[in-house]
Design a protein around this ligand. Structure first.
Ligand code: NAD
Length: 476
């Protein structure tokens, strides 16, 4: 964990690459939209011609089903690529701003200039897209970048390394495999911006390190994201949508519905529909969920034990397993599980679950919902399932969350016009499309004097000047 324990060769290599990139940053800053689009197209070409290799790497890492790789990793990257390529020229144009009366005689505009040397640290759960999507934004904004993938998905990390070395020269983009010690050594370097995706605990470490150089940060973190199902919700639809969002990637999705807040009048039909949705998706032929090739696995033994412990501890404290509950440590398999009768003292209701377990909390009055949500950290995602606009407004107005989807789940991640990200404990800063481009850019304000003067308010502060300053206050 300590950079001092890092191999001296690795540490020297990081510093040398950083210096190389720093020297190159000003050349990258001068690249045109066409230059950057060339780079993005080269990357796109690599991604599209390596679909199978990407699928194989993630299957080897945690049996991620190939269609899920295509959807949440390759499609996610390719649709973002297309969107950036289409819009980059426009985003890079200086943006004129209006001139207020007090500024008559000037013109103002905003230039997006690259932040410079950026660091991107990625997690393991979507190990390809959560590394490549920020990289696209970094390149679009004209930065040089150093990358650190997660050590928990080594096959994908090795493939990403090959991708970077085949597509970019090291003075533009360089990737370093390794664990937290490599991340910490990177965090010692004076980057201009750090884009981190991972847990809130490590997010704090990253922000502390960034403070040493006053580097700006984007923190894409996690936490407990609730799904609310009110008494007016379309039960079958909501059950299918929540089951899909929950069990995709085996529940290891930062924006997965973490727990359910369901109106007591619809709890029974909802849970019936939810159980049916699980069977439909993962056991359509009755051969058992464990043999389904549509169901991923927990990434490693440590996380398997952690999630199993969450179920066991909840049951010991009085919760009941309504659905699933079976585990098999050979293969890190945990069945899609639903827990009833959960209470706030259970760990499953305190920490981000990050696994295929859905605790169910019932409510009678919608104020109970907002009290429950507001008692915890602000979530990354909050899902509302309702057909009553007043209820929807109430939940939106009385809570705060990074993003909200109404009557579906997960859509916010792939919507290029929606700022994706958290708030406080669930994150700082936003990504997707233009928001990602902005995150990696310094919005440099430029005001040009075309005619006129402010000389009349310069010292000495005679009575006349004082009156003019008061007049300015009054009229502008
Ligand atoms: P993590 O925080 O353990 O690791 C993320 C990265 O940080 C890895 O590359 C890891 O090597 C590095 N790291 C670990 N310890 C470190 C340390 N002490 N110092 C510096 N770097 C360190 O997260 P994870 O387990 O890979 O991912 C799961 C978490 O990420 C969950 O909380 C999830 O909600 C969150 N997440 C958020 C998003 C989002 O977009 N908001 C997306 C995916 C995952």
């Amino acid at each position: 964990m300590n950079p001092a324990t890092l191999d001296t060769d690795v540490s020297t290599n990081l510093k040398t690459t950083f210096a190389l990139q720093r020297r190159h940053a000003s050349a990258m800053a001068l690249t045109t939209a066409a230059d950057r689009i060339d780079r993005l197209k080269r990357l796109q070409q690599w991604v599209l011609s390596n679909e199978q290799a990407i699928q194989q790497a993630m299957y080897a890492d945690f049996r991620k089903p190939a269609p899920e790789v295509t959807l949440a990793e390759i499609y996610a990257v390719n649709s973002e690529l297309k969107f950036i390529i289409r819009n980059l020229k426009q985003w890079m144009k200086p943006q004129r701003v209006p001139t207020p009366l007090s500024m008559v005689g000037t013109t103002g505009y905003i230039r997006h200039e690259p932040k410079g040397n950026v660091l991107i640290i990625a997690p393991w759960n979507y190990p390809f897209s959560l590394m490549v999507k920020p990289l696209l934004a970094a390149i679009a904004a004209g930065n040089v970048a150093m990358l650190k993938p997660s050590e928990l998905t080594p096959n994908t990390a090795a493939l990403l390394k090959r991708m970077v070395s085949e597509v970019f020269p090291p003075e533009e983009v360089a990737l370093f495999e390794g664990d937290a010690s490599v991340a910490q050594a990177l965090l010692e370097l004076p980057f201009n911006h750090i884009f981190f995706t991972g847990s809130p605990a490590v997010g704090r470490i990253v922000m502390t390190a960034a403070a040493r150089h006053l580097a700006s940060v984007t923190l894409e973190l996690g936490g407990k994201s609730p799904a609310i199902v009110d008494e007016t919700a379309s039960i079958t639809e909501a059950a299918g949508q929540i089951a899909w969002g929950k069990y995709l990637n085996n529940g290891q999705t930062c924006i997965a519905p973490d727990y359910l807040l369901v109106h007591e009048s619809v709890k029974a039909p909802f849970l019936d529909a939810f159980q049916k949705a699980i069977q439909r998706m993962y056991n359509p032929d009755g051969r058992g969920i464990e043999v389904s090739d549509s169901y991923a696995r927990i990434v490693n033994r440590r996380h398997f034990e952690r999630v199993r412990h969450l179920i066991e501890e909840a049951v010991e404290k009085g919760a009941t397993v309504r659905v699933g509950g079976q585990t098999n440590e050979a293969g890190n398999f945990i069945e899609p599980t639903v827990l009833e009768g959960v209470t706030p003292d259970m760990q499953v209701m305190q920490e981000e679950i990050f696994g295929p377990v859905l605790p169910v909390v019932t409510y009678r009055d919608k104020a109970e919902v907002t009290q429950h949500v507001n008692a915890g950290e602000k979530p990354l995602a909050l899902y509302i399932h309702s057909r009553n606009q007043k209820n929807i407004n109430y939940f939106l107005e009385n809570t705060s969350a990074g993003d909200t989807v109404i009557n579906d789940t997960m859509l916010q991640f792939s919507h290029p016009h929606i700022p994706f990200g958290g708030v406080n404990n669930s994150g700082i800063g936003k990504s997707n499309g233009y928001f990602g481009f902005q995150e990696f850019s310094n919005q440099r304000g430029v005001v040009r004097r075309d005619f006129g003067t402010f000389k009349f308010i310069y010292p000495p502060y005679t009575d006349k000047v004082r009156k003019l300053i008061h007049a300015l206050m009054k009229y502008f």
